[in-house]
Design a protein around this ligand. Structure first.
Ligand SMILES: Nc1ncnc2c1ncn2[C@@H]1O[C@H](COP(=O)(O)OP(=O)(O)OP(=O)(O)O)[C@@H](O)[C@H]1O
Ligand SMILES: [Mg+2]
Length: 218
């Protein structure tokens, strides 16, 4: 049997606003084997982003448990959780979160500097990754000097910087035209194959979800 990257049993997540309860996720079971890709699909508001945040430990479930490689992600100490997030799970957020005052190259290098690489090694690896997403001519641009699609590609390169075993992506082709959506999808799927990375992708993009091995409906 192949090894499980994620295992969730009976996950529920509610938000509380005053005396109102917003029940978003209800009794979700989910598993992901190593080197598998899965699309998380469902209408806007169905809880895709919430689910990704719970999976990665950014948010905790109201009930149920999330295991990352057999470790209960909500039972780790801060150091262990930070280390998993920095080194093992790459995250591409729905709204990029690039640091505005840094260049594309610096944004990609940052997670590697945090994990202990020196500047030269980090920049060398960043330029290789930026080449992979066809941004070799934009490495010294700040996010405000990049198009939306280029920013998304920087975020994809950054998510790969520490060679994660799993990539969690929230609408990675969200605000791209069809041509660039296809290019970014190709990049993600090719790189995950090349580096043996498991993929969890929340997406409305049918041309992307149809190319992952599994589809998980919320
Ligand atoms: N902090 C919060 N407090 C209260 N309700 C919240 C909170 N965060 C999310 N929600 C609600 O939970 C539901 C799910 O939100 P979520 O962002 O997970 O949806 P989504 O499936 O990612 O949608 P989209 O496709 O539009 O990105 C929404 O109805 C939202 O209003
Ligand atoms: Mg969302």
């Amino acid at each position: 049997m192949s090894k499980l990257i994620f295992k969730c049993s009976n996950i529920s997540k509610s938000f509380y606003q005053g005396n109102k309860t917003v029940e978003v996720l209800k009794n979700i079971d989910f598993t992901l084997e190593q080197s598998t890709s899965v699309s998380i699909v469902g209408p806007s508001g169905s809880g895709k982003t919430t689910f990704l945040n719970v999976l990665s430990g950014l948010d905790s479930p109201s009930a149920g448990k999330v295991f990352y490689k057999e470790k209960d992600i909500n039972n780790l100490n801060d150091k262990e959780r930070a280390s998993i997030r920095n080194k093992e799970i790459g995250f591409v957020y729905q709204f990029h979160h690039l640091l505005p005052e840094f260049t594309a190259l610096e944004n990609v290098s940052l997670p590697m500097l945090i994990s202990g690489l020196n500047m030269e090694e980090a920049n060398e690896k960043s330029s290789r990754l930026l080449k992979k997403v066809n941004l070799e001519n934009r490495m010294d641009h700040k996010p405000s000097e990049l198009s939306g699609g280029e920013r998304q590609r920087v975020a994809v390169a950054r998510s790969l910087s520490n060679s994660p075993s799993c990539l969690i992506m929230d609408e990675p082709t969200g605000d791209l035209d069809a041509y660039n959506a296809l290019k970014v999808s190709n990049t993600i799927l090719e790189l995950s194959d090349e580096f043996n990375i498991s993929l969890i992708i929340a997406t409305h993009d049918v041309s992307l979800s149809s190319r992952t091995k599994k589809i998980f409906n919320l």
